[in-house]
Each structure stands twice: as C-alpha cells, then as structure tokens.
Design a protein. Sequence first.
Length: 101
Amino acid sequence: MQHLPTISPTPQLPILTKHAVARSQQRGILREHQETVFAFGDLEHEVGRGCYRLAISQRRLMNLVRNGTISAQIADRCRRLSVITDGMTIVTNYKSSLRAS
C-alpha cells in the first residue's frame, strides 16, 4: 500500500519585512490580525512595484464571524486594517481612515 504525503490545510504564513514589523509595533497591529487580512482579504488594489493593498470587506468579515472562522473581536480589529504585500511578504501595514466595504 502506497502512502501519500499529507498536505496541511494551513496556508503558508506571510513573511514580514523589518519595516512591517517596526510599523506594526508603532501602530499596535498584532501579527494575528495581519495574517487574518492576508488569508481572507478580498479587496485588492495595485500600489506599484509588484505590490498591492489587501483588505477585508465588511461583508466578508460578517460571513467569517457568522461561520465561526474568526471571532467578532478579531473582525473588529481587522475592519480597517490594510496590508501592503507582494503575495508572499507583508511589506507594511496600516489602519485606514475609511472603512472597506
């Protein structure tokens, strides 16, 4: 009987640049919240140099809470959070002044 390798359902965690780590500390953004936006973000806007801004829409956040994927507290903290990424690395992150819809 041949054994197939098991594939972990956990997605690859993003790498954070030194700049992203410094800005996270300054802005009080937790790694868990960055990873949530990275994993479930559905709003993408190109920002140049192969990077894009990633955020989670209010509708998507409500569905994630309703399905039990994330808690209401995490959803609230991710509501205005944006990460700038190239798809594998988080370059920086910030809390936007306008809510993503």
